[in-house]
Write a protein that binds this ligand. Structure first.
Ligand SMILES: Nc1nc2c(ncn2[C@@H]2O[C@H](COP(=O)(O)OP(=O)(O)OP(=O)(O)O)[C@@H](O)[C@H]2O)c(=O)[nH]1
Ligand SMILES: [Mg+2]
Length: 255
């Protein structure tokens, strides 16, 4: 990963999302972001889909990386390694997240000098976008996360994040599964300057990859398990550049 100024990397994990990938990529406000002085790279991390996801993504101008190893978290770790932008934005390939708000979120990232922003889906949920069970499970996971880690996050499972590459370079992510979503927030809110902003959540296009009970339980257990891992979450900051070190002036008495 090298760092390119004014480049935004948009990362979209996708597993059999032929129904939603086109709309998701089309809804990215490319012109608005260009007006603000940014260029874009759109990277779809495809989990070896058996439908037309890859073909549609390429047609829409995205780069496609095939990550055969299963898992949402695995896909993101591969995507982070490939991203070249100084800002990284993530969301699902199913049309659920408020992609049209990216310029606003980037403004916040810059004005508040923030490392990581997560979007709260609960601020406005379209009818039918989240089942009662799903809502209940999300609330429990978020409450447990707040209690265990003393961080103020309402939506622990949101998958839309806006962050700096300098943040991504300094963190060690463990999870290969859906629990990567809570892990990245724990690290961001405990050790970096982070914000949770109002968002929206729309009804999904295509079929869910999430098994509510299985992933819900796994993510709950992960919150407890991660307590022992958190000490490995952040790597030391890079050493200061040589020119930042104050030169020592040694005076020799001249007789
Ligand atoms: N590459 C890759 N992508 C995945 C994998 N599992 C899920 N995804 C993608 O990750 C995103 C999140 O999965 P979803 O099924 O939408 O999970 P969710 O958002 O919690 O559930 P919904 O509210 O039903 O959308 C989607 O874009 C999926 O296609 C995987 O194993 N590999
Ligand atoms: Mg989704």
């Amino acid at each position: 990963m090298h760092n390119t100024e004014n480049l935004i990397s948009i990362l979209i994990p996708a597993l059999n999302e032929e129904a939603g990938i086109e709309r998701t990529i089309s809804s990215i406000p490319k012109y608005k972001l260009h007006e603000l002085g940014y260029s874009l790279e759109i990277i779809v991390i495809d989990g070896n889909s058996t439908d037309l996801t890859r073909e549609i993504a390429l047609q829409k101008g995205a780069q496609v990386i095939v990550e055969k190893r299963r898992g949402y978290g695995r896909a993101y770790k591969t995507g982070f390694d490939a991203a070249n932008g100084e800002i990284i934005v993530t969301f699902d390939a199913d049309g659920t997240y408020p992609v049209e708000l990216i310029p606003k979120y980037i403004q916040w990232l810059n004005e508040k000098n923030t490392d990581f922003i997560t979007v709260n889906r609960f601020s406005e949920i379209e009818k039918g976008a989240m089942s009662l069970l799903h809502r209940f499970g999300n609330k429990i996971l978020s409450s447990v996360m707040r209690l265990l880690y003393s961080i103020d996050v309402r939506d622990s499972q949101s998958g839309m994040w806006i962050m700096r590459s300098s943040f991504v370079k300094r963190i060690n992510l463990k999870s290969d599964d859906m629990s990567l979503s809570e892990e990245i927030k724990i690290i961001a809110f405990k050790f970096f300057k982070s914000l949770e902003l109002e968002g929206r959540y729309f009804k999904r296009t295509g079929t869910a990859k999430l098994d509510t009970i299985k992933h819900g339980w796994y993510n709950l257990v992960y919150l407890f398990h991660y307590k022992k891992q958190i000490k490995f979450a952040v790597t030391a900051p890079p050493p200061p550049e040589i020119f930042e070190i104050e030169p020592k002036i040694v005076r020799k008495e001249v007789r």
